[in-house]
Design a protein around this ligand. Structure first.
Ligand SMILES: O=C(O)CCC(=O)C(=O)O
Ligand SMILES: [Fe+2]
Length: 476
């Protein structure tokens, strides 16, 4: 065989092996996506009031001298004049919403009344109805600490507001709640028994949507929903009656002393099986080369696997280094746990994605965070994208209101261009849908504090085949 012929043959074999590697990565990426789609971002329930004590709400009006009023008792048993609900509605202040750092009053966007927790007290507590246990099980999945290095967590709720959305025009358009602290994982809304029409709560995440049509059981049930902080949600127009809700901020607290009752086995996750298959494939993260006699050799290189998280995290907040990876959610938690269980030490690091080209494909440097949108054109996550990995999780005030130049400067100054790792990163997911991440800065349920949410990544160095072949779990 003459050497030019051999050279010609080399090309298809090498590209085949690259195709195989790409296929494995695509599979892993698809499994992460499935986990992302199926992992719950919201949960809810209905509790009939039949055998339950009435719920009492006591309040005073902020603008008058505090005075004892007859409590509101729900569900209301008698109808007549002097309905205490009307008094409650009259005593509520108009509720605003946050845009940038201001609280805006705009009844086209939000029409509701509110009472602060200092203005009311209630006999209702979500812990008494098993709501917090349910939320814990669904939104804070606990995996075996020994395998994952993650301490089990439980959910705590902090009463935040009482709101009334009244017919014919109460509503709250699309928004993302403003987190009140870094370890807030989400919000809980409890709809108290009081008849109303309309007022569906719709919650969205990563292209999935769940609708809570609470009107049907509004008169005689407590209905509730809990969702992660990065979910966009809205309340459709209430056409009749009063939709009275208690909202709570949800926090995940580490349960160091007591082991959690229900612990998921990391090996039961589909992602675990696929990752194991990939790692057991010699060509995964190893380079294949043809020897001069035409034999395929594995060149032990190892590599780096990168995952853009499915959820957004406050990686720019103070104390965030203590929050992650402990507070990873949904699919991110599964990916981290699976990698950890194979003995790798995944990093959780912030990343910004910049583009080096303008929208006409010219070589000029335009730096903008992902998704790069200019004049309505959205750039793909492709070869023009440059991923800058933060060296650690730390507060980053600079990004606040940063323009394009700031991003670039920031990237140059503090961030590395994949340099923390001496091998290029193979990304198996694209930067998550970041709209809610940016919305945190501009639209919220209250003028926002200094929290900036953006893409967090999970990055794991994958050793070369021989080394990982003797690792725990893989040899089992
Ligand atoms: O009442 C609801 O269903 C949701 C309330 C809400 O989104 C909020 O107060 O931020
Ligand atoms: Fe909200």
């Amino acid at each position: 065989m003459s050497s030019p012929e051999r050279l010609e043959k080399k090309v298809p074999v090498r590209s085949l092996s690259e195709t195989a590697f790409k296929a494995v990565c695509d599979n892993l990426g698809a499994s992460f996506k499935d986990e992302k789609a199926s992992a719950s971002f919201v949960c809810g329930g209905t509790i009939p009031m039949k055998s339950k004590k009435q719920i009492k709400v006591y309040w005073h009006n902020a603008s008058s001298v505090p005075q004892a009023r007859m409590p509101l008792e729900l569900p209301i048993t008698s109808s007549g004049e002097n309905n205490p609900i009307d008094q409650l509605v009259a005593d509520c202040e108009a509720a605003g919403f946050g845009r940038n750092k201001e609280t805006i009053m705009d009844t086209q966007y939000r029409k509701a009344g509110k009472l602060e927790p200092s203005q009311f007290a209630t006999t209702f507590h979500p812990g008494d109805y098993g709501i917090l246990d349910e939320v814990s099980q669904i939104l804070v999945r606990n995996l075996d600490a020994g395998e994952t290095g993650l301490i089990p967590r439980r959910v705590e709720a902090d009463l935040y507001k009482l709101n009334v959305y009244s017919g014919p025009s109460g509503l709250f358009q699309k928004h993302v709640d403003t987190p009140r602290s870094e370890n807030q994982i989400g919000s809980l809304v409890v709809c108290l028994p009081s008849p109303f029409k309309g007022g569906n709560l719709v919650v969205r995440h990563n292209g999935s949507e769940l609708d809570f049509p609470w009107e049907n059981h509004s008169a005689d049930c407590i209905q509730w929903a809990a969702f992660y902080s990065d979910c966009e949600h809205e309340i459709k127009t209430v056409s009749e009656g009063h939709r009275i809700t208690l909202t709570y901020n949800l926090y995940a607290k580490l349960e160091v002393a007591q082991p959690h009752s229900s612990v998921l086995d990391v090996k039961s996750l589909p992602l675990y099986g696929l990752l194991k298959d990939a790692l057991q494939t010699p060509g995964f993260m190893n380079t294949e080369e043809l020897s001069s006699i035409g034999v395929v050799n594995q060149v032990p290189t190892g590599g780096v696997l990168g995952i853009f998280c499915a959820h957004v995290y406050p990686h720019a907040s103070k104390g965030v280094d203590k929050l992650l990876p402990q507070y990873l959610k949904g699919a991110d938690l599964c990916m981290y746990a699976a990698l950890h269980s194979f003995g790798f030490k995944p990093d959780v690091l912030p990343a910004i994605v910049l583009y080096d080209k303008d929208d006409y494909g010219n070589g000029e440097v335009y730096a903008c965070s992902y998704p790069y949108r200019r004049y309505g054109v959205e750039f793909e996550f492709n070869d023009d994208a440059r991923v800058y990995i933060g060296t650690n999780l730390r507060p980053l005030g600079v990004m606040d209101n940063g323009g394009e130049e700031d991003y670039l400067e920031l990237a140059k100054e503090f961030w590395q261009d994949e340099k923390k790792y001496d091998k290029p990163i193979t990304w198996i997911s694209t930067p998550g849908h970041p709209e809610p991440a940016m919305a945190h800065c501009s639209y919220g349920n209250e003028a926002s504090a200094n929290f900036i949410y953006s893409c967090a990544t999970i990055i794991a160095e994958i050793p070369e085949w021989d080394e990982r072949n003797i690792m725990r779990q893989l040899s089992e």
